[in-house]
Design a protein around this ligand. Structure first.
Ligand SMILES: Cc1cc2nc3c(=O)[nH]c(=O)nc-3n(C[C@H](O)[C@H](O)[C@H](O)COP(=O)(O)O)c2cc1C
Length: 192
């Protein structure tokens, strides 16, 4: 059945939600959730996030040139949803009961409660309809110790992301690990 084009989003699999933390020129921290994002380059590592230009996050990034991406787990679902509803608060970390950790390379703080924090410097942006596709170059990545295996790799399947379905409804993204082989070949493991 054909559906209305305005419902295109709902015909695509849900994507994991991130929290973007920024700090404005008055040293006020801002946090908001974003679902339209992805890694778009491996070398250099680049991440693109589709951000509505009317948001504080967009305005602050344009001004500061920096942002930190936190990957929340299912326990943070209320905070994720709540962070979208905040008016411009003096201290959004306090309001959301989150712990500020200084970033390693930039000023936008890390969120202690997140499994992963990715520090980005603004690189460029592309106008995308009613959003701006903001591209950040990754300058530091902090991963919770129990996710590291054996030394420098991340146990990706142990990440516990949450994805947005609609309104205040979210889903976990736990799944079954599938090991693929190339049909008709002996290939046991492939390239990334
Ligand atoms: C789960 C979820 C995902 C969202 N994803 C996006 C997104 O990808 N892009 C966007 O511009 N806004 C998105 N929003 C809306 C922003 O979070 C919302 O406009 C927020 O108030 C922006 O806060 P700020 O003004 O402090 O930046 C999302 C909201 C929720 C609840």
């Amino acid at each position: 059945m054909q559906i209305d084009l305005s419902r295109t989003l709902y015909a695509t699999p849900p994507t994991s939600v991130i929290l973007i933390s920024t700090v404005d020129k008055n040293d006020r921290n801002n946090i908001a959730p974003f679902a339209w994002w992805n890694v778009v380059s491996k070398e250099p590592p680049l991440i693109a996030v589709s951000i509505r230009p009317s948001t504080n996050t967009y305005r602050i990034i344009k001004n500061s040139g920096e942002f930190t991406i936190g990957i929340p787990d299912p326990e943070l679902v209320d905070i994720v949803y709540g962070s979208a509803q905040l008016d411009r608060e003096a201290d959004e970390f306090k309001k959301l009961d989150l712990t500020v950790l200084p970033a390693v390379k930039i000023t936008s703080p890390r969120i202690k409660e997140c499994q992963v924090n990715i520090e980005c410097r603004y690189k460029n942006e592309i106008e995308c309809g009613d959003h701006m596709l903001v591209i950040g170059e990754v300058v530091a990545v902090e991963v919770r110790d129990d996710l590291i295996y054996p030394e420098d790799a991340v146990m990706r399947h142990n990440l516990k992301p949450i994805a947005h379905l609609t309104k205040n409804i979210f889903t976990t993204m736990e799944g079954t690990v599938l090991k693929a082989t190339v049909p008709g070949s002996n290939t046991k493991s492939g390239k990334d």
